[in-house]
Ligand binder design. Structure first.
Ligand code: KG4
Ligand code: ZN
Length: 347
């Protein structure tokens, strides 16, 4: 059976994994940079690039050793080639090129978003195309029809902040530190979601997209004018407002989508239990299966990059010459999607 070495370095996780075509993850290692970025309350690109450069080579060697393999046993090297912080992407991609060329193996350039989009198929062999995907991470918030490998139709995106960004900013406002999403979720469990009235941007709107900037500003005002409610109440109220938006917007996308095999969620925010539960219920209302990868596959990891590489290897769908592959800071999954209004629009 074929094995792909996956490499991820597009944000603040340095990761390597060995994925076999039967969906077994033979080995994987992740070096998180949380400690380096914590003092700054967010990811500092130059610090991230340096940390990737220091850690990636030994991490790959250790991952191979964990599986008692060498590069000779690997059928292809797959690396994130974008989108992401360009310094980190270049560290991973250039390393992958060198390894692939030295070992005379194919190099497969993986779109990080495709890694997230296909991660549910690594976890669940029965998940067939086409499926409706809510992709929610630190930089992206989109609903896509995943029609097949490399075939995506974007039905909605955010006109300002990504959902993970809204969680991270809420965490910052509440002094919960970095990374924010898990901390907000933990605190929300202790709060009363009815205590703080927060807006639900674009709820019920004909426009298909998401918006979270107004919600973030309202959280800021709620904290500044804190009255008879706790930080936990703010966190709970924020999470409920965000969830209401996610459900409303996804419901709208479901009405616009063609026949789908399942409702699927992926990306870092898919680790959130409240969001998973809300989507599960939404899928049930539509008589659709709901698929969410295990938590470790939601946040950035190399197994999903290895798996996307495996799907491309099996379909012979990759550029033949590694030297043709360039790092891409921006790389939309659906380049034909109509542009949307908004200043800070994420592709
Ligand atoms: O996919 P990911 O690891 O990196 C990107 O490609 O962006 O997503 C990271 C994002 C961060 O914004 C983080 O706060 C959020 O996912 N996140 C969560 C949770 N775990 C991670 N947000 C809400 N609840 C969580 N449990
Ligand atoms: Zn990601």
């Amino acid at each position: 059976m074929r094995v792909v070495l996956g490499i991820e370095s597009s944000c603040d996780e340095t990761a390597a994994a060995l994925v076999r075509e039967d969906r077994t993850v033979l080995a994987q290692r992740i070096a998180s940079q949380d400690e380096e970025h914590r003092p700054y309350g967010g990811v500092v690109p130059e610090i991230a690039s340096r940390a990737h450069a220091e850690r990636l080579a030994p991490l790959i060697a250790a991952t191979l050793a964990d599986a008692r393999m060498t590069l000779a046993d690997v059928d292809a090297v797959a690396a994130t080639a974008g989108p992401g912080l360009i310094g980190g992407v270049m560290v991973g991609l250039v390393s992958a090129k060198a390894l692939a060329m030295a070992a005379e193996k194919p190099l497969i350039a993986v779109n990080h978003l495709e890694g997230h989009a296909l991660s549910p198929r690594l976890a669940d062999a029965s998940l067939a195309y086409p499926y409706l995907l809510l992709l929610v991470s630190g930089g992206h918030c989109q609903v896509l029809e995943v029609q097949g490998l490399g075939r995506y139709c974007r039905l909605a995106t955010t006109i300002d902040d990504a959902l993970g960004e809204a969680f991270d900013k809420t965490a910052k406002i509440l002094g919960l530190g970095y990374p924010g999403g898990p901390a907000v979720e933990r605190l929300a469990r202790e709060g009363d979601a009815k205590k703080v009235r927060l807006p639900r941007p674009l709820l019920g709107s004909d426009e298909p997209h998401f918006s979270f900037a107004g919600l973030k500003s309202a959280v800021m005002r709620a904290k500044q004018n804190q009255a008879d409610y706790s930080d936990a109440d703010i966190a709970a109220s924020f999470q409920e407002a965000a969830l209401d938006c996610v459900i409303d917007r996804t419901r709208r996308a479901m009405a616009a989508a063609g026949d789908m095999t399942a409702l699927v969620v992926a990306g870092g925010v898919a680790a959130n239990q409240a969001i998973r539960a809300g989507l599960q219920q939404l899928a049930a209302e539509h008589g659709l299966p709901f698929v969410a990868p295990p938590l470790a596959l939601c946040t950035d990891n190399a197994a999903m990059i290895g798996w996307a590489g495996m799907e491309r290897l099996m379909s012979h769908d990759f550029a033949p010459d590694p030297l043709d592959i360039a790092a891409r800071p921006r790389w939309p999954l659906d380049p034909d999607a109509a542009p949307v209004r908004g200043a800070g629009v994420k592709a």
